[in-house]
Ligand binder design. Structure first.
Ligand code: IVH
Length: 682
């Protein structure tokens, strides 16, 4: 095809695909079959391949992603991205209305919208084309994530109808429940931990460096605001109608409300709608409609005075307690779990709820067949919050904490402080064996990633391994041809795992590579009770090798910063167990690293040397672990609690008010992630 003809055909295909995208993803009213759509897209992709110069950055072919961004550039927002003042109290909503009335008299109206629970984004459009997309960041500047945003099908890359030449649109990217469940299911099957809730999943997805992975996450986006000079509308309501005209997805659950009674009606309706919506909302946003009135009301340093968010309390449901199961974790800790008659709560069906420990269980005084209230808070794991004892029949038996391990029948023991029960049969209790191996191979420990959950389970069942040291004796012949069919607990899905040549080679090379893992991670990988990553690092730095750690007295251990009696005790218990001593010797013989390498010891000449930090909250640019990594890389030290010795509190979003108060009372400077970046800038 000639270049000119190709250009025309590309334009035609682009327009048609954009139109079908809009009909499918924004209006949810497709007019062609998936097959016909795929044919158009395929033709476009092959034409763009033949004429690479004709491919536009905003071509619909870019929706599948492919661009990899190492570090997202920081961009300054033209209009700051403020947040909203939040309340759980209807009284405060009334007080908000009184303030508005006082300032504006009687002639005003509100627009009510749902408060979508996702990630705020800002999109800049130039001449009808998506020019830039950014996260909120600290409100002043955020990360430029345009290539990731392009993969969200309901976000137009080219606008429709008549639009302003240049403007910004704000909205919330979210992950629908269906995509969230699919994603966590996939993660689980790969032996990875799922996201705690759809909001975290959306935030995590937008931070992925490879946009083709983002494209597979099925994110969606509702728009809720427009910013720009000389906009062709005077009210918020009209701006939302205009956004729809331009091709954006705007929720149908928006309402003009003439007074506060209408607002409360919307709030009540929203709470009902919430149970059936296919995505999470956490409240309702109430905004003064007229721009001129918004301007008159103005802003505080953080919030607009013309809007407020009313947040819903965690969703609750009533159901029946069928049983209490006792789960044994990798360290032997036994957790009670309520088995419930399935009940829908906030978009998912709840069948189990955490009961935490014996004390919490005793607080509820659970009896067989009790009617219980379950609540889903910020996390996806629901909890029992109350029991309706009035409905209990007189003969119902009280449910006691197990006295023996449900897996191996060993009498349970209690931690010295009485908080946790555990099974002391660390060497032979099946879930402990499996849990220890899974922890050992996990990414943050030995990172033997080619051995996922299903595979370790098979090696255990086939008696190829029974502890972590056995991994280093595995040979090609042990593994090749092994196979097993797994049936999921509901007995519906079947999955076959078979070790072929490539799988076996990958596993063996990952095991071999793990010998290079530094001591601090080996120490963490051993799975000593209470010894998390941070403390493993500290102990490795302090004692430098495993023998010195093993010989350390309880006093010497407790003298290390942040080591308490509980941890000292569990370290001793671990080393005094002859089974563990044997495993350690075998791991040493296999060549694992049991002492710090010279350059692993942290120098005290970094930009943050001798400075101590507490990190709290949720960050925009980095994960909390990345923040900690950054501090440690520059010689700073991480502490879990604020004291007068703390040099900085690095605060993200959603940090508890207590931490802030404490830092303020001790005059500890509170900084954000950008300030931290500045501290370590060379
Ligand atoms: S308006 C200046 N409308 O809530 C007002 N925000 O705490 C800007 N959000 O960061 C926000 N749904 O991520 C607005 N319908 C809605 C919203 C909404 C969710 C989020 C948004 C914002 C946070 C404010």
């Amino acid at each position: 095809m000639e270049r000119e003809a190709a250009r025309e055909r590309i334009q035609e295909l682009t327009d048609r695909i954009n139109e079908h995208n809009y009909r499918y993803y924004v209006l949810a009213r497709p007019v062609i079959s998936d097959y016909e759509y795929d044919m158009l897209l395929e033709e476009l992709i092959s034409l763009e391949k033949a004429f690479p110069g004709l491919r536009d950055k905003n071509s619909p072919s870019q929706r599948v992603g492919g661009e990899v961004t190492r570090k997202f550039p920081t961009v300054k927002h033209t209009y700051p991205m403020l947040s909203l003042s939040n309340t759980y109290s209807k009284e405060e909503v009334m007080a908000f209305d009184r303030r508005i009335k006082k300032a504006l008299g009687n002639s005003y109206e509100y627009v009510c919208e749902l408060k979508y629970d996702g990630v705020a984004i800002s999109l800049t459009y130039e001449n009808g084309s998506l020019a830039r997309a950014a996260t909120r960041g600290d409100g002043v500047q955020g990360d430029e994530i345009t290539s990731n945003i392009r993969t969200i099908r309901s976000i137009p890359l080219k606008l429709r109808n008549k639009f302003p030449a240049s403007f910004e649109v704000r909205g919330e990217v979210y992950m629908p429940h269906k995509s969230f469940l699919q994603l966590n299911d996939q993660k689980e099957r790969k032996g990875e931990t799922g996201f705690a809730n759809p909001r975290n999943a959306a935030a995590g997805s937008l931070k992925l460096q490879d946009s083709s992975l983002v494209a597979k996450r099925n994110l969606d986006c509702f728009m809720y605001g427009v910013y720009g000079d000389n906009l062709p509308f005077q009210t918020h309501w009209d701006s939302l109608q205009a956004l729809k005209e331009y091709g954006f997805k705007v929720s149908a659950d928006i309402k003009k409300c003439a007074d506060i009674d209408a607002v409360f009606h919307f709030i009540a309706q929203g709470e009902e709608r919430r149970t059936t919506l296919p995505f999470d909302i956490d409240g309702v946003v109430i905004k003064v409609n007229k721009y001129s009135q918004q301007e008159a009301l103005g802003y505080t340093s953080k919030f607009p005075r013309w809007a407020i968010a009313y947040k819903y309390k965690a969703e609750r449901a009533i159901t029946r307690l069928l049983d209490v199961a006792f789960q044994v974790g990798r360290t032997g800790a036994v957790t009670p779990v309520a088995i419930l008659e399935p009940v829908p709560v906030a978009g998912t069906t709840v069948k189990r709820a955490s009961l935490y420990n014996e004390d919490r269980m005793a607080d509820h005084d659970l009896h067989q067949n009790d009617i219980v209230f379950v609540e889903k808070g910020g996390d996806i794991i629901p909890k029992i919050v109350d029991v309706d004892a009035s409905q209990r029949i007189a003969t119902a038996k009280r449910i006691h904490f197990a006295s023996r391990c449900p897996e191996c029948n060993t009498p349970l023991q209690k931690e010295p402080d009485g908080s946790v029960h555990y099974c002391p049969n660390t060497m032979n209790c099946p879930p402990q064996i499996q849990g220890k191996i899974e922890h050992f191979i996990s990414r943050r420990a030995m990172d033997i990633d080619s051995l996922g959950q299903g595979k370790t389970e098979m090696l255990l069942v086939k008696n190829k391994i029974s502890n972590i040291a056995d991994l280093y004796d595995l040979t090609y012949d042990d593994l090749i041809g092994l196979e097993k069919t797994f049936v999921d607990p509901q007995g519906k899905k079947e999955r076959k795992i078979r070790f072929r040549d490539k799988t076996v080679r990958n596993i063996l090379s990952a095991i071999e590579n793990s010998k290079k893992v530094p001591f601090e991670r080996v120490l963490y990988a051993l799975g000593i009770r209470h010894l998390g990553e941070t403390m493993a690092k500290k102990l490795a730095q302090h004692f430098e090798n495993i023998d010195r750690l093993k010989e350390a007295s309880e006093e010497e251990l407790v003298a290390v910063d942040e080591v308490g009696e509980k941890m000292a005790n569990s370290i001793h218990t671990y080393f005094n167990n002859p089974g563990n001593a044997h495993i350690l010797n075998r791991l040493k013989d296999a060549g694992l690293s049991f002492s710090v390498e010279k350059d692993e010891k942290q120098g005290d000449d970094g930009a943050l040397a001798n400075k101590s930090f507490v990190v709290s909250g949720v960050f925009e640019k980095y994960s909390r672990d990345q923040i900690k990594g950054l501090i440690e890389k520059h010689g700073g030290e991480i502490k879990s609690a604020i004291s007068s010795k703390t040099d900085y509190l690095v605060a993200g979003d959603k940090m508890g008010p207590e931490k802030r108060k404490k830092a303020e009372s001790l005059n500890v400077p509170i900084i954000n992630e950008n300030d931290l970046e500045n501290l370590v800038k060379e």
